[in-house]
Design a protein around this ligand. Sequence first.
Ligand code: UDP
Ligand code: MG
Length: 319
Amino acid sequence: MIRLATVSPCYNEEDVLELSAQRLTSLFDRMVSDGLISKDSLIIFVNDGSKDHTWDIIQRLHHENAYVCGINLTRNSGHQNAIMAGMMTARQWADAIITIDADLQDDLEAIPQMVCQFTQGNDIVYGVKVSRTADPWLKRFSAEAFYRLQYQLGGVESIYNHADFRLLSRRALDLLAEYRERNVYLRGIIPMLGLPSTTVEDVISERSAGQSKYNLSRMMGLALDGITSFSIRPIYGIIYLGIIFLIIAFGIGIYVLHALITGTAVPGWSSLILSIWLVGGFILISIGVAGIYVGKIYQEVKQRPLYHIKDILTHESVD
Ligand code: UDP
Ligand code: MG
């Protein structure tokens, strides 16, 4: 029988925590009596520097509930780093870990299926969203466009419509721990582990309470990370763009020459100003893209820790 741990990052989730713990607990009870997981399995909540009563609730749940454990980060470190904190801390405690957002929008029924796939020898089991009808239209559209772009840029071998709902075996976590990069984009790194993997279906539902913490800028940030951490094609794109600009500049050069010869040079001001703007824009874009990569190099060489843990709540059975 395997010892399972779920890891749920929580950022200002006081509204949903109780319900989440309840639903996970009844699922765990059922899986224990079905003989799928052991009684000392764990429900781990990672408090990602919440400003509300999230940690108080986790502490209370820990006292009331034999499954619930808590990890408290000193400050808000972001979704991906909170997941990392939970997985790396709990790595020694369980045979397999399932990451699932605290709002339980993912399909709980996929969890027993993931465990079955794990017992059949899969180190990684991805939850793949089959229906995103509960997601707002814009989010669904942008997510799909993003997965497609990422696929076309070729940098990331990511699983289509898979977010961070997945099972990882201890072996997978040990390998993951060897990736020392700072720009964590788990959806891209995990397929690179190369371990046996499979997928299960995940029917997304509405957030049970509270609000989405992923606003447009956070989503853009994750999307940019997902591309620039894995693909250098944007740089090539810029080079091609540069070539096109040079061709345009050549055309403008001929035009200017023609204007000079025919003596109509003064009206050429408009084409000049146009090219200044075009070239200026091009230079700015190139600097921007190069800057992203330089920024990443900067972050990587610093080798800063991804998170610092303030407290850990466990049960005695955990060593
Ligand atoms: N989250 C976190 N740190 C953050 C932002 C979000 O740990 O800085 C958690 C949040 O509590 C939730 C999960 O990440 O459990 C996903 O966030 P949310 O449900 O708001 O995003 P969505 O499902 O709308 O993409
Ligand atoms: Mg959510």
